[in-house]
Write a protein that binds this ligand. Structure first.
Ligand code: ACO
Length: 311
């Protein structure tokens, strides 16, 4: 019956239909989804930290309310994504354990520091902008629970991106010092945001299979190009310079030529040696330990409710 099941799976994928949790799926498909979705969930959860750093110091009540809402959205994204991964047969506890043991990957981008308020603008504009470019095609991912989670995530990411752009725009219309602060943040976040899309296509071991399964719809380099194409006109409106002297439109190829990303730095960050890796993990571990009583109380409450229903 495995041959039939495989044929049916292949047909569903070929016909742009969705694979659902109860459908048969190849073991490698299941594993790849658990890998990608759990890494994505961890990124959202760790991603709360660099911005959480500024909630108490936001420059106005309005900015503080917006930033708090944004960080809460990220928590929500993490939770939808953990739920989507759970439909594949891994538990939330297992995923959380992998993260706090330092065995799980999460996006490289969240291992960079946020020393100024302008970093909130640059993260919204560049990091959330890159996230949208990468995630809009994931709304069509062949695995139903993942694709559906992405729809809401992308709507919220668009709001995040606009709020970041608006922070930078306000700074760029301010004093010389504020303009410099905005430019400095863009200088620091530009290259790491390009690296978010993952290694170049010829060094991306998972891309070909994930594209054949229609989890990924575009390659890492294709999405990176699309992102740069989106940034150039927005940078002009902002009045910031993208820190790549080799960036120019190429009439012949119909795309942007760009400078080389520092891939050594990227792989160092993946190995745990980025500027903030240790700090991010330590903070998550502490939060997990300090939240233990909440998990225990919730589990006890659920047990009580179940006993009451039975009794
Ligand atoms: N940071 C950390 N690890 C990365 C990154 C990155 N920016 N890019 C690639 N990697 C890892 C991959 O996870 C993979 O590791 P693994 O095989 O040990 O699991 C390895 O590098 C090789 O990369 P690829 O073969 O290109 O991996 P893949 O096909 O999974 O593509 C990508 C990577 C594009 C990130 C994909 O997993 C994806 O689209 N994920 C969903 C989006 C996401 O996770 N976004 C998180 C940041 S956005 C946000 O949270 C706001």
């Amino acid at each position: 019956h495995d041959v039939d099941a495989q044929t049916r799976f292949d047909e569903l994928v070929a016909n742009e239909q969705r694979i659902e949790p109860r459908d048969w799926m190849p073991e490698a498909y299941r594993k790849t989804l658990i890998r990608q979705i759990s890494q994505h969930a961890h990124s959202e959860i760790i991603g709360m930290q660099p911005e959480g750093n500024w909630i108490t110091r936001a420059p106005s009540l309005k900015r503080k309310a917006i930033l708090m809402a944004k960080v809460q959205d990220e928590a929500g994204h993490g939770l939808y994504l953990y739920s989507a991964a759970q439909t594949l047969g891994i538990t939330r506890d297992e995923m959380m354990q992998q993260l706090i043991d330092g065995k799980a990957k999460y996006s490289s981008i969240f291992n960079y520091p946020t020393p100024t308020w302008a970093d909130m603008g640059a993260i919204g504009w560049l990091v959330d902008g890159a996230a949208i470019c990468n995630q809009v095609p994931l709304c069509r991912a062949s695995y139903g629970p993942y694709g559906r989670a992405m729809v809401r995530v992308c709507k919220e990411e668009s709001f995040h991106q606009r709020q970041g752009f608006e922070i930078l725009l306000t700074l760029m219309q301010g004093s010389e010092e504020q303009r410099q602060m905005a430019q400095d943040a863009v200088n620091r976040w530009y290259w790491p945001s390009l690296a978010m899309f993952g290694p170049p296509d010829d060094q991306s071991p998972n891309s070909a299979q994930s594209m054949a399964w229609k989890i990924k719809r575009f390659s890492n380099d294709e999405l990176r190009q699309r992102f740069v194409g989106m940034l150039v006109p927005q940078a002009e409106i902002l009045g910031v310079t993208l820190p790549d002297p080799d960036l120019r439109w190429n009439e012949e190829t119909g795309q942007y030529d760009m400078g080389e990303i520092d891939w050594d730095e990227f792989f160092e960050v993946l190995r745990g040696n980025g500027p903030c890796n240790a700090e991010r993990l330590e903070r998550r571990r502490t939060a997990h330990e300090e939240g233990a009583w909440v998990r225990e109380a919730a589990a006890e409450y659920a047990r009580k409710q179940a006993r009451r229903r039975e009794g």
